[in-house]
Design a protein around this ligand. Structure first.
Ligand code: ATP
Length: 421
């Protein structure tokens, strides 16, 4: 990472405008608010505090009343814009807040919101803004993420949720002390739709239980981020998620076609709102997406600013039980009587350790015995296989915590990670 230069650029922002910037590759950017008030994706900036952003970050600092910002470091672009959808977003938040107030009075469930839209329209960002605004009013909403491509909650290849009690940290996002995460194993919902739908339903079920335990969480509601796959089976998966979470609001970002389709397909009690996307959201190529997946995994092990120190140790084949979820589909005629092709996709398949494990990510299941329903049990964390020695009967792993592994049931992902710094 390059050094941040001392001299900076000053930006005077008028009310209702934002500063957008993208951090250059291998660079760092520092931002400081010198005057006024500002927020980043719904989290307020403290005055005279320096916040730093790593290479590739795409940031918008918005102000409702005007502010002065000092920016230091190399950016791809840095410009101010008055065209933002923030007023529409805050109005959406206000409508959700009214639903929460009603829920609180009547002791019922708060709003459940599904945020949908094509790729790169700012779905994750809108979720972050809505959750932050709710938290700033003292709410504790559940943030769920069912986009397996990016893995905001766990790693790519997972879905998950967490109860949010503090606004997202400007630099590091939401504090993820105890997220509930499920292993899916692939980077697209399309790779095993049957399993994907099963896990989405399971996640919704557990969130319901969590809501029943706390009136505050229950009336704060649930905000669900989805993937940008909105055609064909992807659209069906969105509808299935809407049903599983029993959502009452769907925010459709930037696509009238999807908005109209949902309006005609979903029952009337589901409010569907069309929201504009921000002109600041940057489109990402397949390569950039793959890179950001990789960065997410690296960040899990090494920390956002390389400030974590993962452990490397050997694990004996005999000490663990390896599985993957989903067997290759066989024609109906080859299956045991009464079994459908579809059942295979959610089946737990034991794996023999081999060189094929190299670089694969393994989820450490919370299950303690193989008698449990491992597919539908959450995971505790992840390790990556950095070496396999078949002769010695062991493999080497990179792990966020020291040995021993907390559990011995491991689920193999399709997704790989090369531990090269
Ligand atoms: P995906 O298709 O991967 O699900 P998405 O629709 O969820 O993407 P986001 O991840 O919210 O989109 O946004 C894409 C990128 O744009 C992010 O890096 C985010 O930080 C950035 N971004 C969002 N809003 C703005 C803005 N107003 N100005 C500049 N950058 C922004």
């Amino acid at each position: 990472m390059s050094e941040i230069p001392d001299e900076g650029q000053e930006f005077k922002l008028q009310a209702n405008s934002e500063l957008r910037f993208e951090v250059e590759a291998k660079a760092m950017v520092e931002i400081e608010m010198i005057e006024g008030q500002a927020e980043m994706f719904g989290t307020e900036l403290a005055k005279n505090r320096k916040y730093s952003f790593v290479s590739g970050s795409k940031i918008a600092i918005f102000t409702w009343h005007g502010c002065v910002l000092q920016l230091r470091g190399k950016t791809e672009v840095a410009y101010m814009s008055k065209e933002t959808p923030m007023t529409v977003y805050v109005n959406t938040h206000a409508a959700l807040e009214q639903m929460r107030e009603k829920a609180e009075l009547e002791n019922t469930r708060g709003p459940r919101i599904l945020v949908v839209g094509p790729v790169d329209v700012g779905k994750s960002t809108l979720c972050r803004i809505l959750v932050n605004y709710a938290v700033r009013l003292g709410r504790s909403p559940v943030l769920a993420d069912i986009d397996v491509g990016q893995g905001n909650m766990g790693l790519p290849g997972t879905i998950g949720a967490l109860v949010v009690e503090r606004t997202a940290d400007i630099e590091e996002g939401f504090q993820q002390t105890a997220p509930l995460v499920f292993h899916y194993g692939h980077k697209s919902a399309n790779d095993n739709l049957q399993l994907y739908n099963l896990l989405v339903s399971r996640l919704a079920e557990i969130i319901n239980v969590r809501c029943e335990q706390s009136k505050k969480v229950n009336c704060s509601g649930v905000i669900i981020n989805t993937a940008g796959w909105i055609r064909g089976a992807g659209y069906e998966a969105l509808k299935q998620a809407a049903g599983a979470f029993e959502v009452d609001v769907i925010c459709v970002l930037d696509q009238e076609r999807l908005y109209n389709q949902l309006k005609s397909d979903l029952p009337d009690f589901v409010k569907i709102v069309l929201l504009p996307k921000s002109g600041g959201v940057v489109e990402r190529s397949q390569a950039t997406r793959a890179e950001s997946r990789d960065n997410r995994i690296r960040e899990y092990f090494y920390g956002l600013k390389n400030n974590f120190f993962p452990h490397s140790f050997d694990v004996k084949f005999n000490d663990v039980k390896l599985f993957k979820v989903g067997a290759p589909s066989l024609p109906e005629s080859c299956l045991p009587l009464g079994m459908k092709v579809i059942d295979n996709q959610t089946k737990l398949v034991p794996l023999l350790p081999s060189n094929n494990l190299l670089h694969h990510i393994l989820s450490v299941s919370a299950a303690t015995t193989v008698d449990q329903d491992i597919v539908e049990t959450n995971v505790l964390g992840f390790i990556v296989v950095t070496g396999v020695d078949v002769e010695k009967g062991l493999f080497t792993v990179l792990s966020p915590s020291p040995r021993p592994l907390p559990r011995n049931i491991l689920l193999v992902m399709d997704i790989q990670f090369m531990d090269i710094k």
